[in-house]
Write a protein that binds this ligand. Structure first.
Ligand code: NAP
Length: 313
């Protein structure tokens, strides 16, 4: 691989990155996908996806496995479990360094996704793995017949709360308002589930633990009074923050750190595109990530063609 220049290196192998790879390969371009973990991305941890057109209900893991299997038919070079150490996006030939390799590329697609936001309260980071978890699918089974709480009012919080009712005897949903932003259909399922109790207008202020989580202290935002609830597990689902640490200072971001792109997925740096959850998109779903990937793949193939034309003339 030494000295080889890829047409495109895709940073991140979730649905967005895999979709981009498919479109690039169909345009006969030479691309590689680099990911610090296995390919598939965050949705591999989603219990169930029912808004990806054509699949009815499917587990996130199964859907992502199908995505990767599809891309495998097109001989994409995959580099899973390679942590990226540094990137130079500004030069015409981009450089991406991992522990194992140095990749050179004419274009780069950033598809590094987003990670769960932290509550930043006492007892949270100290108890990750001892009752605090950001992945119901990974850890839910540890809470058979126990009491857990989920924090947040979006699709993730409500969907994962429903998933946790498969194991736990009781699931509190703690939300800072009295209205949820999750889809109506998901809200209805929550209201109909006997195992779920809603604690509305509450914010968590402390997770109390003695070697493992025992209670959560909540504050009512109207009365300002605090109250403690016995819980064995705490699952914060309060939104996402973009994985952009590697690019900071090189690329333009919005006020929340999401990479700014235009409708063609172009960033403010020539030859660099951003797709999926990491960009400033109005909707973060598997179907929009896949669509971003398709757009970027087609745009890059046009862009590389234009460059070739220029060199020829
Ligand atoms: P989200 O939609 O941004 O919701 C975050 C929730 O956490 C909101 O209800 C918010 O309250 C609350 N929150 C934020 N900061 C908080 C804090 N410091 N303390 C307490 N509560 C706080 O995030 P998400 O549910 O993780 O979803 C992220 C994206 O993925 C969304 O676009 C979502 O639609 C998408 N998603 C889609 C699916 C699906 O379609 N099946 C599944 C999962 C996620 P407020 O409501 O008061 O702001």
């Amino acid at each position: 691989m030494q000295g080889k220049i890829f047409d495109c290196v895709i940073l991140g192998g979730g649905p967005a990155g895999l979709s981009a790879a498919l479109y690039l390969k169909r345009a006969n371009l030479d691309c590689a996908i680099v990911d610090k973990s296995a390919l598939g991305g965050t949705p591999t941890n989603y219990c169930e996806i029912e808004n990806y057109l054509g699949f009815g209900k499917i587990s996130g893991f199964e859907l992502c496995e199908k995505f990767e299997g599809h891309v495998d038919n097109f001989d994409v070079q995959k580099f899973p479990y390679e942590e990226i150490e540094s990137v130079d996006l500004i030069s015409p030939i981009k450089k991406i360094k991992t522990m194992e390799n140095e990749f050179l590329a004419r274009t780069v697609i950033i598809a590094t996704g987003a990670k769960p936001k932290k509550l930043n309260i006492k007892g949270e980071s100290e108890n990750i793995g001892r009752g605090v978890s950001y992945c119901a699918v990974c850890d839910g089974a540890f809470y058979k017949d126990k009491t857990v709480c989920v924090i947040g009012g979006g699709n993730s919080a409500l969907e994962e709360a429903l998933y946790l009712t498969k194991f736990a005897k009781k699931v509190y949903i703690i939300h800072r308002r009295d209205k949820f932003r999750a889809d109506e259909i998901v809200q209805k399922r929550v209201y109909e589930n006997d195992k779920i109790e809603l604690l509305l207008n509450f914010v968590p202020v402390e997770i109390i633990a003695d070697n493992k989580v025992e209670k959560i202290k909540l504050q009512n935002i109207k009365t300002m009074k605090t109250k403690e609830y016995k819980v064995d597990g705490v699952f914060p689902y309060i939104g996402l923050e973009p994985n952009v640490e590697l690019f900071s200072g090189q690329i333009e971001e919005d006020k929340n750190g999401f990479i700014i792109t235009d409708g063609s997925m172009k960033t403010t740096i020539e030859g660099v595109y951003a797709i999926g959850d990491v960009r400033n998109t109005p909707l973060r779903q598997v179907i929009t990530a896949v669509s971003d990937g398709a757009i970027a793949g087609v745009e890059i193939s046009k862009y590389l063609m234009e460059i070739k034309e220029k060199v020829r003339n």
